[in-house]
Design a protein around this ligand. Structure first.
Ligand code: AGP
Length: 609
């Protein structure tokens, strides 16, 4: 949450910082601001609203070839200009941008107020600016002043600081919140995400927790909180700049929905061994023996990633016969978890930066648990802090509303479950059938995408309906919940997703004539029971939209619309079923005129707990 960007070099900082902030806007978009430095003056522009509002408020570029900027998702203090970053210390010598939360804010603020400081904002970040400013006033260099300030705070902070009296230096630091430095020949960039750096460079350095970097035009130096020098590895930014562009699509979400065949194909490349009926996950190789001995698996994540974890838990138990559950990472982290050596814990997160997921994985590791990771973002905290794991390679996901990451994460759990199943008692022929079904997924996803027109028509009919229900059984219960989440998140329609079986225990009371209900009815072992649930819904007058086999006459007669799905292996139906629900949510939000890629009150990476 919150995007930070900085530049130092020979070009105009304003344009570069704004361009980086635009790429980071998915991290927070309630206000934005930039500081540049020229002629020993900090030049500041801040505005409430999107970055376009800042550009409108400040049409002339701020002068200077060094600058920092921020796009905010408010935590401490309301959405107002005074709370916008960058924040300055009371002597106006230093300006900082900050992503994170200072937990001991009250104590620090009280102490500084007692020393006579008057704060201009309600934010925790201004405290950090003040602490750095005080260090400078005592004669410390900026690197030292930031290091001292970082030692005083508890909580999380990714920051970049600029000193009015030193036009040749930016200082960045990281505790908990990501910071990456982009390297050029005679310029450098710093940001909270490599996405912002990629148009400028493909070389980056990722700061680790407790590191502070002095960044010059074309070079940098890193120390830790105890002032020891740190050697850093230069890494390559793998995605191409245009992958994070919207192209001809009206919204990133639509682009990302349509990218799924390619994303799944890329995700699978080199990872299927059809002849052996198994999967090959490179990241797991070094741990094969340990995996063989695993007795239980726990997948965990938040939001959409939790739903992909739930699909994974079903597949792992059903096909690999390994007891497996999915846990909400936020709850797992705080409930004193029982961690067992024979259990494999798998953290799932698109961004790899979700605070609740990281906190759960740290707690499990702390107790000696073996934690693997499934993530989309190369070099993310999750990737760095897990013993091993797999990247889903879905490509940058910009829309706050996750789509291709969901299907790619489910795919990763399929590959893992297939491997586990083949290490245990799944026969080679059963494994081959599953592997083949995975291989055919990109083409089948294309067929699902051909239903966009039908989904749009249904969305037009029901957009803004006061309630929508989603039901499924087995592996598709979490897909139903995911469908409801999409609709709530971007179209602001109250919705619930659940097992068809759960309806009669209460939610059926919500059904009234004409109420839209999505039903996931693949032709597998769950079908018979779903048919029973469809009858219950029909009897109460629901308008049922079913994702089902077109040849299924019984379903056709029971429901109002069928979105056809191609024939498939039962294990892959969650990936196919997700698509029409994504499209329905997208077109509902579009019809209602909402800001689809930036839904209200949300941000992409939830880096606060
Ligand atoms: C889904 O559309 C979300 N925006 C949200 O639920 C998201 O999946 C969740 O915050 C977890 O994010 P992560 O995958 O980056 O950890």
């Amino acid at each position: 949450m919150c995007g930070i960007m900085g530049y130092i070099g020979g070009q105009q900082a304003w344009d570069i910082v704004l361009s980086g902030l635009k790429r980071l806007e998915y991290r927070g978009y309630d206000s934005a601001g930039v500081v540049t430095l020229s002629e020993r003056k900090l030049r500041l522009a801040r505005q409430v609203g999107h970055i376009s509002a800042l550009e409108k408020a400040q049409p002339e570029p701020l002068a200077g070839s060094i600058g920092i900027g921020h796009t905010r998702w408010a935590t401490h203090g309301g959405v107002s200009v005074k709370n916008c970053h960058p924040h300055r210390d009371s002597s106006e010598r230093v300006a900082i941008v900050h992503n994170g939360i200072i937990d001991n804010m009250e104590a620090l603020r009280a102490q500084l107020c007692a020393e006579g400081v008057t704060f201009r904002s309600e934010t925790d970040s201004e405290i950090l600016a003040e602490l750095v400013g005080r260090g400078l006033a005592r004669g410390l260099a900026l690197l030292e002043a930031v290091r001292e300030a970082m030692r005083q705070i508890e909580g999380t902070a990714g920051i970049v600081a600029i000193d009015r009296d030193d036009p040749e230096l930016l200082v960045a630091a990281r505790i908990g919140s990501p910071v990456v430095i982009g390297l050029g020949d005679d310029e450098c960039w710093v940001a909270s995400d490599p996405l912002a750096l990629r148009p400028f460079t493909d070389r980056m350095v990722i700061l680790d927790d407790g590191e502070i970097a002095a960044i010059f035009a074309g070079s940098f130096r890193t120390v830790d909180l105890d002032q020891r020098d740190r050697d850093k590895r230069v890494e390559k930014i793998l995605h191409q700049p245009e992958e994070a562009e919207r192209g001809d699509y009206e919204h990133f979400m639509l682009k990302e929905i349509h990218e799924q065949p390619r994303a799944i194909d890329r995700s699978m490349r080199g990872r299927l061994d059809v002849s052996m009926g198994s999967s090959i996950l490179g990241g797991l190789k070094s741990h094969e023996q340990q995996l063989f001995d695993v007795k239980n698996v726990v997948f965990f994540g938040c939001g959409t990633s939790l739903y992909s974890a739930q699909v994974g838990a079903y597949l792992m138990s059903r096909y690999a016969r390994v007891p497996c559950v999915a846990e909400d990472a936020a709850e797992l982290a705080v409930r004193n978890p029982i961690v067992e050596r024979s259990t494999l814990y798998v953290a799932i997160s698109q961004s790899g930066e979700t605070a609740d997921t990281l906190s759960a994985l740290r707690e499990i590791r702390q107790r000696g648990g073996l934690v693997a990771g499934i993530t989309n973002v190369v070099g993310s905290s999750l990737a760095r802090e897990t013993a091993f794991g797999t990247y889903v390679h879905a490509g940058p996901e910009i829309s706050v509303c996750s789509t291709k990451a969901f299907t790619a994460q489910v795919l990763a759990t399929e590959l893992l479950s297939l491997r586990f199943a083949r290490m245990r008692d799944l026969s080679a022929s059963e494994g081959r059938a599953w592997a083949l079904a995975l291989q055919e997924l990109p083409d089948k996803l294309k067929l699902m995408l051909e239903q966009a027109g039908a989904c749009e028509e249904l969305a037009r009919r029901f957009a803004g309906h006061r309630f929508t229900m989603f039901v499924g059984r087995g592996a598709n219960v979490p897909v139903a919940a995911e469908g409801a989440l999409k609709l709530k998140e971007i179209a602001y329609v109250p919705a619930e997703g659940m097992s068809g079986a759960a309806m009669k225990h209460g939610p059926l009371a919500l059904i009234e004539p004409g109420m839209p209900v999505w039903a996931l009815v693949p032709p597998d072992e769950t079908r018979e029971r779903m048919i029973g649930n469809l009858r219950e819904l029909k009897a109460r007058g629901a308008f049922i939209m079913a994702v089902a086999d077109l040849g299924d006459k019984e379903v056709r007669e029971l429901v109002d619309r069928v979105i056809p799905m191609p024939s498939h292996h039962a294990a892959v139906s969650p990936i196919l079923n997700a698509v029409p629900l994504q499209l329905f949510a997208y077109y509902s939000a579009r019809h209602l005129g909402y800001d689809i890629d930036k839904p209200r009150n949300l941000a992409k990476s939830v880096t606060v707990m």
